[in-house]
Write a protein that binds this ligand. Structure first.
Ligand code: NAD
Length: 286
């Protein structure tokens, strides 16, 4: 896309962190905004901030794991502004643990938000975005955990790898159709947001009945909370998203220090050598 002013952006998970920062960045670029989040009070607060800045903004409480609510969000966006040009499937939750130790509830919640949330977004918005013939861009938020495969994070890693793969496949599908829409996958390392407090929005239907039996879960939870608190600013990531849309750049990487770890993983894949186990999670030390 060459021009963002006056265009319409939809952002999920806009009540906090990266979604909130993208909303501010796009608002500064004079886009019109449709913001969605499962948490009404956070969403209203961000809507209010942007309204005070004179940005054209509307909000709709949406659980992205529910297809009907995401289709409702698309109807709402088209009713309000008559078009959607930028779609940011950004809502996500952190669910950690080893594959066999995580409960059905853990898996269903992680898959519901991080994977199905993105897929529902594509299904609800793409047909109308394509039919309009107007220029457009889709940004799916994955993670560096969708490029690497850190330990003790099985649901998160599985969902983020799915988002990277689905978005790269989407890129080819749009190119094969010569569509006027492009796409990007956002794959940051640690960013200072509310992600380590995801449990606060875990719905009743996906609550665990007791504490995790995995002794490493508490440890990895603490590790992630510490790394997130020391992460880069969400505004830096939002700037990168803004620029990638204008440049029609597919991969949005915000942590150059992680490249040696990416290279190491891919060279091991090509060589067929075993993965290297690092002490904990998404390491930036190569
Ligand atoms: N913070 C990081 O270090 C980091 C790194 C890589 C990727 N990410 C990804 O960035 C995205 C945004 O996360 P963040 O870091 O800004 O965290 P955050 O917790 O600050 O923001 C996420 C927002 O998503 C909302 N949300 C949760 N479940 C939802 C649902 N079912 N429907 C709609 N909204 C829902 C939350 O209420 C919250 O406002 C996520 O996809 C996350 O996986 C974050």
């Amino acid at each position: 896309m060459q021009e963002l002013a006056g265009k319409v952006a939809v952002i999920t998970g806009a009540g906090s962190g990266l979604g909130r920062a993208m909303a501010h960045r796009f608002g500064a670029a004079r886009m019109r905004l449709v913001l969605a989040d499962i948490d009404a009070s956070r969403l209203n607060a961000v809507g209010g901030e942007l309204d005070d800045l004179g940005v054209a903004v509307v909000t709709q409480v949406t659980d992205v794991s529910k297809a009907s609510q995401v289709h409702g969000l698309a109807d709402f966006a088209y009713e309000q502004f008559g078009a959607v040009h930028v779609l940011c499937n950004n809502a996500g939750v952190a669910v950690v643990g080893s594959a066999w130790e995580c409960s059905d509830a853990d898996w269903a919640w992680a898959m519901g938000v991080n994977f199905w949330g993105v897929l529902h977004g594509l299904r609800a918005f793409m047909p109308r975005m394509l039919a309009s013939g107007e220029p457009g861009h889709v940004v799916n938020t994955a993670s560096a955990a969708g490029i690497l495969a850190p330990p003790l994070s099985s649901p998160y890693v599985a969902t983020k790898h799915a988002v990277v793969g689905m978005t790269e496949s989407l890129y080819h599908d749009l190119a094969l159709r010569s569509a006027n829409i492009s796409c990007s996958v956002l794959a940051p390392g640690f960013v200072k947001t509310g992600i380590a407090s995801s449990e606060s929005v875990r719905p009743e239907e996906h609550k665990n009945t007791g504490p995790s039996t995995d002794p490493l879960v508490a440890e990895v939870g603490k590790y992630y909370a510490k790394e997130v608190a020391q992460g880069i600013r969400a505004e830096t990531v939002a700037d990168a998203v803004h620029d990638a849309i204008l440049e029609e750049r597919f991969y949005i990487f915000t942590h150059p220090e992680m490249k040696p770890a990416f290279e190491d993983r891919f060279s091991r894949i090509v060589a067929g050598t075993n993965p290297k186990t690092r002490p904990l999670a998404v390491s930036s030390d190569g």
